[in-house]
Design a protein around this ligand. Structure first.
Ligand code: IMP
Ligand code: MG
Length: 193
């Protein structure tokens, strides 16, 4: 274990079990939505679009989509809100173009963590402008005490207290995304900023 790690909050087995549950639930709900539209969910690859919000959602999304036994496609967006050595959001900003082909599709926004809500608010408002058939939000972690924007999150893996966590895609200053567990860092791992 890296010396900067204080303790494990959610270990890899719990993450894996929950991500599989979420994937199965999403696949069930999306298949139902596609059927309600009058299509066969196994035959229509262009009805469901998963949109991971990079970079944090990379690891979660990679596991989640493999737990969804259905036809779907992927579009990536990059948003940043915690520049450099910061643990306080500086407001979300788009760092890539939004895919332009979301009209009339079922869109699922995937993020690692729902904190103040500014990231999901920014992306979901932009997606809504394209008139998709539906927009769902799916996050692995939720810090409900920190919310500043009114965001309805349909799929939430774990609610956690207001503590900065890393691992399983989440970073501090660009590091620790590769850790397989969700962990808290020791206070001396944080630099001023
Ligand atoms: P929001 O825009 O304030 O909801 O923040 C969401 C983004 O902030 C997430 O996509 C994460 O990248 C980042 N974030 C929020 N809390 C944490 C944390 O505890 N550790 C690492 N990144 C975090
Ligand atoms: Mg981040």
């Amino acid at each position: 274990m890296l010396p900067e790690i204080d303790r494990i909050l959610i270990d890899r087995e719990r993450i894996s079990q929950r991500v599989h549950e979420m994937g199965e639930q999403l696949a069930k709900d999306l298949s139902e939505a596609v059927r309600t539209d009058g299509h066969d969910p196994l035959a229509h690859p262009d009805r469901v679009v998963m949109v991971p919000i990079l970079t944090g959602a990379m690891v979660f999304a990679a596991d989640l989509i493999r737990a969804m036994p259905m036809k779907l496609s992927l579009r990536l967006v990059t948003v940043s809100s915690y520049p450099g050595q910061s643990t306080e959001s500086k407001g979300a900003a788009m760092r890539s173009a939004l895919p332009a082909d979301l009209a009339d599709r079922h869109v699922v926004l995937i993020d690692d963590i729902l904190d103040t809500g500014s990231t999901l608010k920014l992306v979901s408002d932009l997606v809504a402008e394209q008139s998709p058939a539906s927009i769902r939000c799916c996050v692995l972690l939720d810090k409900p005490d920190r919310r500043q924007h009114d965001i309805r999150c349909d799929y939430n893996g774990f609610s956690i207290p207001d503590e900065f966590v890393v691992g399983y895609g989440l970073d501090y200053d660009g590091f620790y995304r590769n850790l397989p567990d969700i962990v808290a860092l020791r206070p001396d791992a944080f630099r001023a900023g």
